[in-house]
Write a protein that binds this ligand. Structure first.
Ligand code: ADP
Length: 595
């Protein structure tokens, strides 16, 4: 209950009111009592003085005790008080209310002692005879020479206390009513004053749980503009807006950073000063074959699993300087350039590891080197034989015209092969770099196959080979550049003729497979060793150099590029010694809808 401000304020008011009214009550009670007693004292004094004069006359005139009793009773009736006449020796000689014979000697009564000394005695005390508090006022009765008696008047104080109790009751009732009103007022006041505070508490809780959008502070409910709570609410609103703006800015920055890290091709990793991975982007996860987000919180050694990389991190950590290394990750044949940079200014002890995957670059470099060595090798043979032929010719053969003619023919063959190689290389480079635009149009496969076979029929017949065509007449057209597709067929047929011994068979087939046409050139030739089969489409690759004769090793590479440029696929199947079959798909032309 006391935890609520409303109750604390209400109870404080109540206690304050209670304390002040209690103080007031005590003061008033005393004041009233004193006032009453001093009035009473004055009244009783004047009455007793009056009575004393009569008593003096009576005693001096020799009145008996019985007569004094009657006198006391008469006066007591008049004054509404008790009257006692006491002889100078303390014996009661006249009494209005009690049996005087039963009464003690009164000489030691405080009021009598004081009256004898001072001429007037006052005492307030409990009377066992009456059973109440009484105020006694006594005066001496004097003859000319000495005190002859005392007259004492007494009045019970019971109704004084009745009056004070009634006053206290009134005060108590008023106090209770005021306390109730104060508590009610405190409740009403705090209810209105505390509403903005409750709003603030709710808003602060929302902010703490990250629900910044839910912060809605209504207009302040207190009607005093610019009071402390209104100022606090305004500052709080301002703070919430600022916080929201800053959080949004931070979130935008974070998203940008996350997007950059997500899409960047280089691997990024941040390791803390304890050697724990704090961040790893998807590229780094792919390099180390780690599932998304799993590296965070693991040790760098556990994640990298490579001593060279771990040592690089350690070196960077110990020397606090940038470290670089090139590393080969054996199982996946990855070639990495790794840079470890300390992030000392922003995050002391943290290290950023950057992994650049150079595998592709390295492969390209190897291909380039292979290409140069292949081309040099291919050029060297015809050039060497041309050199030998010219030397022989210039030295001796010119004198022998038939030999000179033979030499010249051989030189022509070498020059032809050189120029064919250059033509094919140019062609390949143009196709590879996409500088040969395809003129695509629907082409009837049967016509195409016929044309290619006709171009090489003579060559085939010369070495006694039979060429057979198997192609349904209604085979749908393919979408192709007719000239280029014929070039592919001629290349493959040419190889089949070249690698099939005399008397062999060559079959050219075309058939539909789903929405593509499959072309097959099958021969009964020498076949291709299984080890070479996956590589024969590479540039300059020759399966059996001894038997491949004057070929350049570029024909299949050109064919593969052309088929792929058509959106198709080419592959070879072969069993060494039994023949080969080269297959490729070309997509069918989709019929234009007739309007
Ligand atoms: P080449 O000009 O040497 O024929 P290709 O690229 O056309 O160059 O062929 C590459 C190699 O593939 C050839 O040297 C040969 O070893 C092999 N090859 C191609 N076609 C056949 C085939 N039909 N039968 C056997 N081997 C073949």
């Amino acid at each position: 209950m006391l935890r609520s401000i409303r109750w604390r304020i209400g109870l404080s008011y109540a206690l304050l009111i209670l304390a002040s009214i209690a103080g007031l009550g005590v003061y008033l009670s005393n004041f009233v009592r004193q006032n009453y007693l001093s009035n009473l004292e004055a009244q009783l004094t004047s009455e007793v003085l009056l009575a004393s004069e009569i008593v003096q006359d009576q005693i001096l005139s020799g009145a008996t005790a019985e007569e004094l009793d009657i006198l006391a009773q008469r006066w007591a009736e008049k004054l509404g008080a008790r009257l006692t006449i006491i002889a100078a020796d303390g014996i009661v000689i006249g009494e209005s209310d009690e049996d005087r014979l039963q009464m003690d000697n009164h000489l030691t009564r405080p009021e009598i002692v004081q009256a004898e000394q001072d001429g007037k005695g006052i005492s307030t005390r409990y009377s066992r005879t009456v059973g109440d508090y009484l105020m006694y006022v006594a005066v001496p009765v004097k003859s000319d020479i000495a005190t002859i008696a005392f007259v004492r008047i007494a009045l019970p104080l019971g109704h004084v206390e009745d009056q004070i109790s009634s006053l206290q009751r009134t005060l108590l009732t008023a106090t209770l009513l005021i306390i109730l009103a104060a508590i009610l007022l405190a409740f009403i006041l705090t209810r209105f004053s505390l509403q903005p505070l409750r709003d603030l508490t709710f808003a602060a809780t929302q902010i703490a749980t990250g629900k910044l959008d839910a912060v809605r502070l209504g207009s302040p409910l207190t009607h005093i503009p610019n009071d402390e709570i209104n100022q606090l609410t305004a500052s709080f609103k301002n703070m919430a807006v600022q916080l929201k703006t800053q959080l949004e800015a931070l979130e935008t920055e974070r998203s940008k950073m996350a997007a950059v890290l997500r899409v960047m091709s280089d691997g990024v990793m941040i390791v803390d000063n304890e050697g724990m991975v704090r961040l790893m982007n998807p590229a780094a996860e792919a390099i180390f074959d780690i599932r998304l987000g799993e590296a965070t919180g693991h040790s760098v050694a556990e994640v990298l699993r490579h001593h060279q990389l771990f040592e690089l991190w350690q070196r960077c950590h110990e020397l606090d300087s940038v470290q670089t290394a090139t590393v080969d990750l054996a199982p996946r044949h990855l070639h990495l350039q790794v840079t470890a940079t300390p992030l000392d200014s922003s995050l002391p002890g943290y290290i950023l590891l950057l992994f650049q995957n150079l595998t592709r670059l390295r492969r390209l470099e190897t291909i380039r080197q292979d290409f140069i060595s292949n081309i040099s090798h291919e050029l060297r043979t015809p050039l060497a034989s041309l050199k030998a032929l010219t030397e022989t010719l210039s030295e001796s053969a010119l004198e022998d015209p038939p030999a000179a003619r033979r030499f010249l023919q051989r030189m022509e063959t070498e020059v032809d092969s050189l120029s064919q190689m250059v033509t094919e290389l140019l062609e390949l480079s143009r196709i590879e770099s996409g500088r040969v635009p395809l003129q695509l149009s629907p082409v009837v496969p049967l016509e195409l196959v016929h044309q290619a076979v006709e171009r090489l029929r003579l060559q085939a017949e010369r070495v006694n080979l039979t060429v057979q065509i198997t192609c349904p007449e209604d085979l749908p057209a393919v979408l192709a550049d007719a000239k280029r597709l014929e070039q592919v067929l001629v290349n493959l047929l040419h190889n089949a003729i070249k690698f099939t011994p005399p008397g062999g068979r060559i079959e050219v087939r075309a058939r539909q497979q789903e929405n593509q046409v499959l072309f097959t050139i099958q021969d009964s030739g020498v076949g291709i060793p299984a080890i070479d089969l996956p590589r024969i489409f590479e540039r300059f690759y020759k399966a059996d150099r001894a038997r491949s004769g004057g070929g350049t090793g570029l024909g299949l590479a050109i064919s593969r590029h052309l088929v792929e440029a058509h959106g198709g696929k080419i592959w070879a199947e072969s069993v060494e010694g039994q023949g080969s079959s080269f297959n490729f798909f070309i997509p069918m032309a989709v019929d234009e809808p007739n309007d």
